[in-house]
Ligand binder design. Structure first.
Ligand SMILES: [Fe+2]
Length: 185
């Protein structure tokens, strides 16, 4: 697959799979990711972080375990699956934020006592499947990781990008930005 095709593949996932999947939330996954990217853009985040916000849940559709369901009794590892599909095309600033966006939730749960209650019910349910709040040793390891701060930023946009009925941009609006991020590597 070349660079042009990866954007086409992502567009296809957004349009066909993302537009029909809710994963227990009030918005479709496509709306959720578009809202997350819009929040990043509104904060003036760098292009790579906007791309990470836009693509952070793409692994819901590429995970061998399938997309999250409220009936799940195990973690679908969509964080790792998403990073894998983007690797080789996008820079680490993007792939690491995608890879770490679940760890960032677990980190925030362990370090901010008010955070857990702000999560949506599906996100609280998946937290348990993903291992719950990080332990002290895991917190220390997380803070050593490159891009962990950026991943926390993506996570906080992720948590807010679930507003039913909010208008969103469309995937095509982000094509030039994705192209730039890929070209700049
Ligand atoms: Fe998300």
């Amino acid at each position: 697959m070349d660079r042009e095709n990866i954007i086409g593949l992502l567009a296809d996932i957004f349009e066909r799979r993302g537009a029909e999947s809710y994963l227990g939330e009030a918005v479709t996954v496509a709306e959720h990711m578009l809202q997350t990217a819009a929040l990043a853009q509104a904060e003036g985040a760098p292009d790579a972080l906007i791309a990470a916000a836009l693509l952070h849940d793409i692994g819901q559709f590429t995970s061998e375990f399938g997309p999250y369901s409220p009936d799940d009794s195990g973690d679908n590892r969509h964080d790792e699956a998403g990073a894998k599909v983007l690797e080789g095309f996008f820079p680490r600033a993007v792939t690491e934020c995608v890879r770490l966006h679940v760890a960032a939730k677990r980190y925030l749960c362990a370090t901010d006592p008010t955070y857990h209650d702000t999560l949506s019910p599906p996100s609280q349910h998946s937290l348990a499947l993903q291992g719950g709040p990080l332990t002290d040793a895991e917190i220390a390891r997380f803070r050593e990781l490159e891009f962990h701060r950026e991943a926390v930023r993506v996570r906080l946009w992720d948590d807010r990008g679930k507003a039913a009925g909010a208008s969103t941009m469309v995937f095509d609006d982000f094509r030039p930005l994705l192209q730039r991020v890929i070209e700049q590597g």
